[in-house]
Design a protein around this ligand. Structure first.
Ligand code: NAD
Length: 316
């Protein structure tokens, strides 16, 4: 298998929201990147996203004009599958559908050299199940990035049943080489770590709204101004240590039983889903994003994230 210094050429499959953003990170840290997509529209979307992201980074003085030009010049685009034969490292960021991913990996892993390292950015599908389509699955693992990956530091590295330890190590090292904060996940749990935690919280947030205990905005405010601020600095276990295990034990003794244990999607989310209100992408979700509201929301999120990311990178 290749070692970190041998990894020069990155191929990212899927030039969408995640792929385009990841491409910029690899290019930012000197790698040569090719974005592969199945459609010309996908490629155009990726190019546009990169232009928008780079403009935002320039506006925020996060990159210089010359670095931004360099980043853009290191990224190329293709719809030709031959590109997988040239890859040292592949990240698959195509649609979240097991059947499509299995078809993709069957072809791509046959085209890729035996030494290439292969990863999927699935949000939580089984790595072991996906690996069944991969030739030489010991070189394959999950590499889960967080949206928007050109800003958020975390990367989850997930092993499947057949993943070799050296694959996990090199993917971990690659994440470090692009200044990300990798965490290794064992046993291939659905949703990995971030989405398990996120969905446990989302279930309770939806339950609170369904019960009428608070509005959507008030739940968001509790997160932003209370828990979220705390969790950007210390995790749940550090919080317990600082608050006192005795107190947390006593609260847990009556509170865990009160929390939602719903097994399906709760109604406040299901109802909007049925209406086709998908959030910023359709102009309406829990909030209204008409009249340019979606663009403003994304711009503000990225600006705020950049400030928080700066603190995290500086060790707070
Ligand atoms: N959006 C998120 O917040 C997020 C976060 C973490 C992980 N992910 C995961 O990343 C992956 C991509 O998500 P996204 O949000 O970037 O999706 P997206 O819809 O923005 O982009 C997907 C791209 O893949 C292309 N594509 C589809 N099938 C393909 C194929 N067979 N070969 C090549 N290209 C193909 C599409 O044309 C599109 O350009 C998914 O697995 C998703 O679960 C998404």
């Amino acid at each position: 298998m290749l070692k970190l210094p041998d990894i020069k050429k990155i191929v990212i499959a899927g030039a969408g929201l995640m792929g385009a953003s990841m491409a910029q990170i690899f290019a930012r840290w000197g790698y040569s990147v090719t974005l592969y997509d199945i459609s010309a529209e996908g490629i155009e979307k990726g190019k546009n996203l990169i232009t928008i992201n780079q403009r935002a980074l320039l506006d925020q003085n996060e990159v210089s004009e010359s670095l931004s030009r360099e980043v853009v010049s290191r990224i190329s685009y293709t719809m030709e599958k031959d590109v997988f034969g040239e890859a040292d490292f592949v990240i698959e960021a195509i649609v979240e559908n097991m059947k499509v991913k299995l078809d993709f990996w069957k072809e791509a892993s046959n085209l890729a050299s035996d030494d290439a390292v292969l990863t999927t950015n699935t949000s939580g599908l089984s790595i072991t199940e996906m690996a069944a389509a991969v030739r030489k699955p010991e070189r394959f693992c999950g590499m889960h990035w967080v949206n928007p990956p050109h800003i958020v530091p975390l990367v989850e590295v997930i092993d499947g049943e057949k993943t070799a330890e050296e694959t996990i190590q090199i993917v971990y090292d690659i994440a470090l080489s692009v200044h990300k904060h990798p965490v290794v996940v064992h046993g291939d749990p659905r949703g990995f770590l971030l989405n398990r935690l996120q969905y446990a919280l989302l279930r309770e947030a939806l339950y609170i709204v369904e019960k009428g205990y608070a509005s959507v905005k008030d739940v968001d405010d509790v997160m932003k101004y209370g828990l979220g601020m705390r969790y950007a600095c210390i995790g749940p276990f550090e919080t317990v240590d600082l608050g006192g295990l005795d107190t947390f034990f006593r609260i847990g003794s009556y509170l865990f039983a009160e929390l939602s244990d719903a097994k399906g999607v709760l109604e406040p989310l299901a109802e909007l889903y049925r209406e086709g209100a998908y959030g910023t992408k359709t102009g309406k979700g829990f909030y209204d994003y008409s009249n340019g509201g979606a663009e403003r929301k994304i711009e503000k999120r990225d600006k705020d994230f950049l400030k928080v990311a700066k603190c995290l990178y500086e060790g707070l």
